[in-house]
Design a protein around this ligand. Structure first.
Ligand code: ATP
Ligand code: ZN
Length: 283
């Protein structure tokens, strides 16, 4: 089988989670900070460690077959690649922010103003869509200090918690783009068996990450109420306990309505509820 290459960030916000995702997919490789390339010993894949900015072009140009990178970088580099899977980490938004004491009140007030950003392509598109003419000042880092230095009236930068904005006397003003890490490939390559296998493994890890395995004990007379609350993969597993009239219920619960389900189950008489993480769910 042909060996493919996947490009991931060498160091930075996406590195650790990208490595963890690939390891959870069962890929065995060394994660030396010094190496540019690492072979996978049990799957036809090599890992390339790169700066995130280079990943979309490497994939588009065929130097790498796959990549894990933020949508913000993909949009900024304007490459033509296939989105294979959203990965649910590296979530952030590109926002326009203004100084707390700014007199900018509506989007229209940005007309004629100077906006500092490391994302000139995305910002230009946003301004055009909103029929605004602002002066884009492209800078490569520390964008948040530019209004304080008198270099710009606003900034357009990535925000996750907003802490950096706050400590620089800025506040979010408009959303330009929301972003998360995605698995990308070349268009037309989707049916490659190695890529198909990797996507399936990634999906099984993502499914498991959003789900918990739950075991609980309940009196048989309350079983119906409990089961009506539970999805399971097909349906919950029910096994009798040694104590007469009691059963154990095994099931999986999606993370997002976990606490709501647990309180419903407790109200229905569930006891000894044990919750476990799930490694993989293969459908
Ligand atoms: P590199 O050295 O690879 O060029 P970088 O400094 O450009 O790294 P990081 O700061 O490590 O990039 O961020 C990588 C990606 O993480 C971003 O492109 C974005 O998709 C995502 N991200 C998530 N939250 C944030 C945030 N608060 N600020 C910046 N990026 C974030
Ligand atoms: Zn970068």
């Amino acid at each position: 089988m042909q060996t493919l290459k996947i490009a991931i960030q060498k160091s930075g916000r996406l590195n650790e989670k990208s490595v963890a995702l690939l390891k959870n997919c069962g890929l065995s490789f060394e994660n030396y900070k010094s190496s540019l390339i690492s072979p996978v010993s049990n799957f036809p894949l090599e890992i390339l460690f790169l700066r995130d900015d280079d990943i979309p072009e490497y994939v588009q140009d065929g130097i790498a077959d796959l990549g894990i990178v933020g949508e913000n970088v993909i949009n900024e580099t304007e490459v033509d690649v296939a989105y294979l899977q959203r990965l649910g980490f590296g979530k952030c938004s590109l926002k326009i922010a203004i100084p707390n004491d700014s007199n900018i009140q509506s989007l229209g007030d940005l007309d004629g103003k100077a906006i500092a950003t490391s994302y000139p392509v995305i910002l230009k598109k946003f301004l055009k869509e909103n029929k605004l003419k602002a002066d884009i000042r492209t800078i490569s880092g520390s964008v948040e200090i530019s209004p304080g230095l008198g270099m710009s009236d606003a900034i357009c930068d990535l925000v996750s918690t907003g802490g950096t904005l706050k400590s620089n006397g800025l506040r979010a003003f408009a959303d330009v783009l929301s972003s998360e890490a995605v698995l990308i490939g070349r268009k037309g390559d989707e049916n490659n068996p190695v890529i198909e296998e990797l996507i399936q493994r990634v999906q099984s890890v993502l499914r498991a990450r959003d789900t918990k395995y739950v075991v609980l004990n309940i009196e048989r007379k309350n079983l119906e109420t409990a089961v009506s609350l539970l999805p399971g993969i097909k349906s919950p597993t029910v096994v009798p306990l040694a104590e007469e009239g009691w059963v154990a219920v095994h099931t999986v619960i999606p993370e997002q309505d976990f606490w709501e389900k647990i309180s419903g189950l407790k109200a229905a008489g569930a006891e000894g509820i044990v919750v476990m993480p799930i490694e993989k769910i293969i459908l």
